[in-house]
Write a protein that binds this ligand. Structure first.
Ligand code: CAA
Length: 271
Protein backbone atom coordinates (compact mmCIF):
# COMPACT_ATOMS: atom_id res chain seq x y z
CA UNK A 1 0.00 0.00 0.00
CA UNK A 2 0.93 3.65 -0.25
CA UNK A 3 0.68 5.75 2.89
CA UNK A 4 0.33 9.51 2.64
CA UNK A 5 0.43 12.30 5.19
CA UNK A 6 0.30 16.07 4.86
CA UNK A 7 1.76 18.02 7.80
CA UNK A 8 2.90 21.64 7.76
CA UNK A 9 3.03 21.70 3.95
CA UNK A 10 5.14 18.52 3.73
CA UNK A 11 3.40 15.76 1.80
CA UNK A 12 5.02 12.44 2.74
CA UNK A 13 4.52 9.39 0.57
CA UNK A 14 5.60 6.04 2.03
CA UNK A 15 5.87 2.95 -0.15
CA UNK A 16 4.73 0.25 2.23
CA UNK A 17 5.15 -3.33 1.13
CA UNK A 18 7.76 -4.47 3.64
CA UNK A 19 7.26 -8.18 2.95
CA UNK A 20 8.80 -7.59 -0.51
CA UNK A 21 11.20 -4.81 0.56
CA UNK A 22 8.74 -2.29 -0.92
CA UNK A 23 9.16 -3.58 -4.49
CA UNK A 24 7.07 -1.79 -7.10
CA UNK A 25 4.30 -4.22 -8.02
CA UNK A 26 1.86 -3.08 -10.73
CA UNK A 27 -0.61 -2.36 -7.93
CA UNK A 28 1.89 -0.17 -6.02
CA UNK A 29 2.67 1.73 -9.23
CA UNK A 30 -1.04 2.30 -9.81
CA UNK A 31 -1.48 3.62 -6.26
CA UNK A 32 1.53 5.91 -6.62
CA UNK A 33 0.12 7.24 -9.87
CA UNK A 34 -3.18 8.07 -8.15
CA UNK A 35 -1.39 9.88 -5.32
CA UNK A 36 0.79 11.96 -7.67
CA UNK A 37 -2.19 12.83 -9.89
CA UNK A 38 -4.10 14.02 -6.82
CA UNK A 39 -1.16 16.26 -5.83
CA UNK A 40 -0.93 17.59 -9.39
CA UNK A 41 -4.60 18.44 -9.34
CA UNK A 42 -4.26 20.29 -6.05
CA UNK A 43 -1.31 22.22 -7.38
CA UNK A 44 -3.17 23.13 -10.53
CA UNK A 45 -0.69 21.37 -12.84
CA UNK A 46 -1.83 21.60 -16.44
CA UNK A 47 -4.68 24.00 -15.74
CA UNK A 48 -4.57 27.31 -17.57
CA UNK A 49 -4.92 29.25 -14.31
CA UNK A 50 -1.98 27.62 -12.56
CA UNK A 51 0.20 30.66 -13.22
CA UNK A 52 -2.53 33.01 -12.17
CA UNK A 53 -2.57 32.35 -8.46
CA UNK A 54 -5.15 29.57 -8.64
CA UNK A 55 -2.74 27.05 -7.17
CA UNK A 56 -3.24 25.58 -3.72
CA UNK A 57 0.21 25.98 -2.15
CA UNK A 58 -0.85 24.00 0.93
CA UNK A 59 1.66 21.45 -0.34
CA UNK A 60 5.14 23.02 -0.37
CA UNK A 61 7.12 19.88 -1.04
CA UNK A 62 6.95 16.12 -1.21
CA UNK A 63 9.03 13.49 0.58
CA UNK A 64 9.09 9.96 -0.82
CA UNK A 65 10.39 7.17 1.41
CA UNK A 66 10.05 3.45 2.03
CA UNK A 67 8.49 1.66 4.98
CA UNK A 68 10.84 0.39 7.65
CA UNK A 69 14.59 0.53 8.18
CA UNK A 70 15.81 -1.85 5.50
CA UNK A 71 14.59 -0.78 2.12
CA UNK A 72 13.49 2.31 0.22
CA UNK A 73 12.33 0.27 -2.80
CA UNK A 74 14.13 -2.94 -3.83
CA UNK A 75 13.15 -2.54 -7.47
CA UNK A 76 10.40 -3.46 -9.83
CA UNK A 77 8.56 -6.60 -8.74
CA UNK A 78 10.58 -9.58 -9.98
CA UNK A 79 7.74 -12.01 -9.30
CA UNK A 80 5.32 -9.95 -11.37
CA UNK A 81 7.86 -9.55 -14.19
CA UNK A 82 9.01 -13.15 -14.47
CA UNK A 83 6.16 -14.28 -16.74
CA UNK A 84 5.73 -11.04 -18.67
CA UNK A 85 6.10 -10.96 -22.44
CA UNK A 86 7.56 -7.95 -24.20
CA UNK A 87 4.18 -6.27 -24.74
CA UNK A 88 3.20 -6.53 -21.07
CA UNK A 89 6.68 -5.39 -19.99
CA UNK A 90 6.37 -2.36 -22.27
CA UNK A 91 3.01 -1.45 -20.67
CA UNK A 92 4.44 -1.92 -17.16
CA UNK A 93 7.38 0.35 -18.01
CA UNK A 94 5.13 2.92 -19.65
CA UNK A 95 2.99 3.26 -16.52
CA UNK A 96 6.15 3.64 -14.43
CA UNK A 97 7.71 6.11 -16.87
CA UNK A 98 4.58 8.28 -16.76
CA UNK A 99 4.73 8.15 -12.98
CA UNK A 100 8.37 9.27 -12.86
CA UNK A 101 7.68 12.05 -15.33
CA UNK A 102 4.70 13.25 -13.29
CA UNK A 103 6.88 13.30 -10.17
CA UNK A 104 9.62 15.22 -11.97
CA UNK A 105 7.07 17.73 -13.30
CA UNK A 106 5.50 18.57 -9.94
CA UNK A 107 5.95 22.31 -9.35
CA UNK A 108 7.09 21.68 -5.77
CA UNK A 109 10.41 20.10 -4.74
CA UNK A 110 10.39 16.35 -4.25
CA UNK A 111 12.93 14.77 -1.88
CA UNK A 112 13.71 11.06 -1.85
CA UNK A 113 14.52 9.97 1.71
CA UNK A 114 16.33 6.73 0.89
CA UNK A 115 16.24 4.55 3.99
CA UNK A 116 17.91 1.35 2.74
CA UNK A 117 17.96 -0.51 -0.58
CA UNK A 118 17.30 1.63 -3.66
CA UNK A 119 17.86 -0.90 -6.42
CA UNK A 120 16.63 -1.02 -10.01
CA UNK A 121 13.19 0.59 -10.08
CA UNK A 122 13.88 1.88 -6.56
CA UNK A 123 16.86 3.93 -7.68
CA UNK A 124 14.84 4.98 -10.72
CA UNK A 125 12.04 6.22 -8.45
CA UNK A 126 14.58 8.13 -6.33
CA UNK A 127 16.10 9.72 -9.45
CA UNK A 128 12.69 11.04 -10.50
CA UNK A 129 12.93 13.22 -7.38
CA UNK A 130 14.77 16.55 -7.27
CA UNK A 131 17.04 15.72 -4.35
CA UNK A 132 18.14 12.37 -2.94
CA UNK A 133 19.07 12.13 0.75
CA UNK A 134 20.29 8.79 2.06
CA UNK A 135 20.72 7.05 5.37
CA UNK A 136 24.10 5.43 6.13
CA UNK A 137 22.64 1.96 5.45
CA UNK A 138 21.40 2.89 1.95
CA UNK A 139 22.54 0.74 -0.97
CA UNK A 140 22.15 1.93 -4.56
CA UNK A 141 22.42 0.09 -7.84
CA UNK A 142 20.95 -0.88 -11.17
CA UNK A 143 21.37 -4.68 -10.93
CA UNK A 144 19.05 -5.51 -13.84
CA UNK A 145 21.71 -7.22 -15.98
CA UNK A 146 21.88 -9.92 -13.30
CA UNK A 147 18.22 -10.67 -14.07
CA UNK A 148 18.63 -10.70 -17.83
CA UNK A 149 17.10 -7.28 -18.42
CA UNK A 150 18.16 -3.65 -18.51
CA UNK A 151 16.92 -0.73 -16.39
CA UNK A 152 13.38 -0.08 -17.56
CA UNK A 153 11.98 2.76 -15.45
CA UNK A 154 14.44 5.47 -16.53
CA UNK A 155 17.81 4.26 -15.22
CA UNK A 156 19.60 4.41 -18.57
CA UNK A 157 18.34 7.97 -18.97
CA UNK A 158 18.55 9.54 -15.53
CA UNK A 159 21.61 7.89 -13.94
CA UNK A 160 23.99 9.57 -16.37
CA UNK A 161 22.31 12.90 -15.68
CA UNK A 162 22.99 12.45 -11.97
CA UNK A 163 26.51 11.05 -12.00
CA UNK A 164 27.79 11.40 -15.59
CA UNK A 165 28.05 8.88 -18.39
CA UNK A 166 31.22 7.15 -17.15
CA UNK A 167 29.82 6.26 -13.75
CA UNK A 168 26.40 5.37 -15.14
CA UNK A 169 27.94 3.00 -17.68
CA UNK A 170 29.98 1.35 -14.95
CA UNK A 171 27.04 0.82 -12.60
CA UNK A 172 24.58 -0.34 -15.27
CA UNK A 173 26.97 -2.64 -17.14
CA UNK A 174 28.40 -4.26 -14.01
CA UNK A 175 25.26 -4.20 -11.88
CA UNK A 176 27.54 -3.16 -9.01
CA UNK A 177 25.92 -1.83 -5.83
CA UNK A 178 27.32 1.18 -3.97
CA UNK A 179 26.80 2.34 -0.41
CA UNK A 180 25.65 5.75 0.79
CA UNK A 181 29.13 7.26 1.16
CA UNK A 182 30.09 6.13 -2.34
CA UNK A 183 26.80 7.55 -3.67
CA UNK A 184 27.64 10.83 -1.94
CA UNK A 185 31.13 10.86 -3.45
CA UNK A 186 29.69 10.24 -6.92
CA UNK A 187 27.10 13.01 -6.55
CA UNK A 188 24.08 10.72 -6.66
CA UNK A 189 22.92 11.81 -3.23
CA UNK A 190 23.06 15.28 -1.76
CA UNK A 191 23.62 14.28 1.85
CA UNK A 192 23.88 11.24 4.12
CA UNK A 193 22.24 10.91 7.54
CA UNK A 194 22.93 8.42 10.30
CA UNK A 195 19.65 6.50 10.25
CA UNK A 196 16.41 5.97 8.29
CA UNK A 197 14.61 8.10 10.85
CA UNK A 198 17.19 10.88 10.52
CA UNK A 199 17.01 10.93 6.72
CA UNK A 200 13.20 11.25 6.78
CA UNK A 201 13.50 14.06 9.32
CA UNK A 202 16.14 15.83 7.23
CA UNK A 203 13.97 15.71 4.10
CA UNK A 204 10.96 16.96 6.05
CA UNK A 205 13.01 19.78 7.58
CA UNK A 206 14.35 20.73 4.14
CA UNK A 207 10.82 21.12 2.77
CA UNK A 208 9.76 23.14 5.82
CA UNK A 209 12.80 25.40 5.46
CA UNK A 210 12.27 26.04 1.76
CA UNK A 211 8.66 26.96 2.47
CA UNK A 212 9.91 30.42 3.44
CA UNK A 213 10.89 30.98 -0.19
CA UNK A 214 8.74 31.95 -3.13
CA UNK A 215 6.81 28.92 -4.41
CA UNK A 216 6.62 30.50 -7.84
CA UNK A 217 10.37 30.99 -8.02
CA UNK A 218 10.95 27.38 -6.93
CA UNK A 219 8.49 26.08 -9.53
CA UNK A 220 10.15 28.20 -12.20
CA UNK A 221 13.61 26.99 -11.20
CA UNK A 222 12.47 23.36 -11.48
CA UNK A 223 10.93 24.03 -14.87
CA UNK A 224 14.07 25.73 -16.17
CA UNK A 225 16.50 23.13 -14.79
CA UNK A 226 14.48 20.39 -16.51
CA UNK A 227 14.25 22.33 -19.76
CA UNK A 228 17.93 23.28 -20.04
CA UNK A 229 19.50 19.96 -19.09
CA UNK A 230 19.44 18.70 -22.67
CA UNK A 231 19.97 21.91 -24.60
CA UNK A 232 23.08 23.48 -26.11
CA UNK A 233 24.55 26.25 -23.94
CA UNK A 234 23.27 29.09 -26.13
CA UNK A 235 19.72 27.73 -26.20
CA UNK A 236 19.90 26.82 -22.52
CA UNK A 237 20.97 30.33 -21.53
CA UNK A 238 18.03 31.73 -23.52
CA UNK A 239 15.60 29.38 -21.74
CA UNK A 240 17.01 30.37 -18.36
CA UNK A 241 16.82 34.07 -19.27
CA UNK A 242 13.16 33.66 -20.25
CA UNK A 243 12.36 31.93 -16.97
CA UNK A 244 14.22 34.61 -15.03
CA UNK A 245 12.28 37.34 -16.82
CA UNK A 246 8.94 35.56 -16.17
CA UNK A 247 9.57 35.89 -12.44
CA UNK A 248 9.36 39.68 -12.79
CA UNK A 249 5.65 39.40 -13.65
CA UNK A 250 4.91 37.98 -10.20
CA UNK A 251 3.95 39.56 -6.89
CA UNK A 252 6.44 37.21 -5.20
CA UNK A 253 9.32 38.96 -6.97
CA UNK A 254 8.15 42.42 -5.90
CA UNK A 255 7.58 41.22 -2.34
CA UNK A 256 10.86 39.29 -2.08
CA UNK A 257 12.98 42.20 -3.19
CA UNK A 258 10.99 44.81 -1.23
CA UNK A 259 11.33 42.69 1.92
CA UNK A 260 15.08 42.36 1.45
CA UNK A 261 15.51 46.10 1.00
CA UNK A 262 13.28 46.84 4.02
CA UNK A 263 15.27 44.28 6.07
CA UNK A 264 12.13 42.29 6.90
CA UNK A 265 10.98 38.72 6.24
CA UNK A 266 9.21 38.20 2.92
CA UNK A 267 5.56 37.20 2.93
CA UNK A 268 5.16 35.20 -0.27
CA UNK A 269 1.66 34.53 -1.58
CA UNK A 270 2.61 32.43 -4.59
CA UNK A 271 1.09 34.96 -6.99
N1 CAA B 1 10.72 -7.93 -6.33
C1 CAA B 1 9.97 -8.81 -5.66
N2 CAA B 1 10.29 -9.27 -4.44
C2 CAA B 1 11.42 -8.82 -3.88
C3 CAA B 1 12.25 -7.89 -4.53
C4 CAA B 1 11.86 -7.45 -5.80
N3 CAA B 1 12.57 -6.54 -6.50
N4 CAA B 1 13.31 -7.64 -3.73
C5 CAA B 1 13.14 -8.37 -2.63
N5 CAA B 1 12.00 -9.09 -2.70
C6 CAA B 1 11.45 -10.02 -1.72
C7 CAA B 1 12.25 -11.31 -1.65
O1 CAA B 1 11.84 -12.18 -2.68
C8 CAA B 1 11.90 -11.82 -0.29
O2 CAA B 1 10.63 -12.39 -0.32
P1 CAA B 1 10.34 -13.76 0.53
O3 CAA B 1 10.57 -13.36 1.96
O4 CAA B 1 8.92 -14.05 0.23
O5 CAA B 1 11.32 -14.76 0.05
C9 CAA B 1 11.78 -10.52 0.52
O6 CAA B 1 11.59 -9.47 -0.42
C10 CAA B 1 13.02 -10.19 1.32
O7 CAA B 1 14.13 -10.22 0.42
P2 CAA B 1 15.46 -11.10 0.68
O8 CAA B 1 15.13 -12.31 1.50
O9 CAA B 1 16.10 -11.32 -0.64
O10 CAA B 1 16.28 -10.09 1.58
P3 CAA B 1 17.87 -9.99 1.69
O11 CAA B 1 18.11 -9.09 2.85
O12 CAA B 1 18.48 -11.35 1.73
O13 CAA B 1 18.36 -9.28 0.35
C11 CAA B 1 18.24 -7.66 -1.44
C12 CAA B 1 17.97 -7.95 0.06
C13 CAA B 1 19.76 -7.64 -1.68
C14 CAA B 1 17.66 -6.29 -1.74
C15 CAA B 1 17.58 -8.75 -2.30
O14 CAA B 1 16.21 -8.89 -1.89
C16 CAA B 1 17.59 -8.45 -3.76
O15 CAA B 1 18.61 -8.59 -4.40
N6 CAA B 1 16.41 -8.02 -4.31
C17 CAA B 1 16.28 -7.77 -5.72
C18 CAA B 1 16.93 -6.45 -6.10
C19 CAA B 1 16.84 -6.23 -7.59
O16 CAA B 1 17.37 -7.00 -8.38
N7 CAA B 1 16.15 -5.16 -7.99
C20 CAA B 1 15.97 -4.83 -9.39
C21 CAA B 1 14.69 -5.44 -9.89
S1 CAA B 1 14.56 -5.33 -11.64
C22 CAA B 1 14.04 -3.76 -11.94
O17 CAA B 1 13.82 -2.96 -11.05
C23 CAA B 1 13.84 -3.46 -13.38
C24 CAA B 1 13.59 -2.03 -13.70
O18 CAA B 1 14.45 -1.23 -13.86
C25 CAA B 1 12.23 -1.60 -13.92
Amino acid sequence: MIKTELTDGVYTITVSRPEALNALSPDIIEQLREVILAIQERLGVGTPDSDAGDTDWGIRGVVITGEGDKSFVAGADIGAMQQMDSATAAEYAELADELTEWIAELPVPVFAAVNGYALGGGLELAMACDVIYASENAIFGQPEVALGVIPGFGGCVRLQRFIGAAGARELILTGKKINAQEALRRGLVAAVYESPEAVRQAATDAVKALSANSPLAIAKAKEVIAKVSLLETHEALAAERAGFADCFDTEDQKEGMAAFLAKRKANFTGK
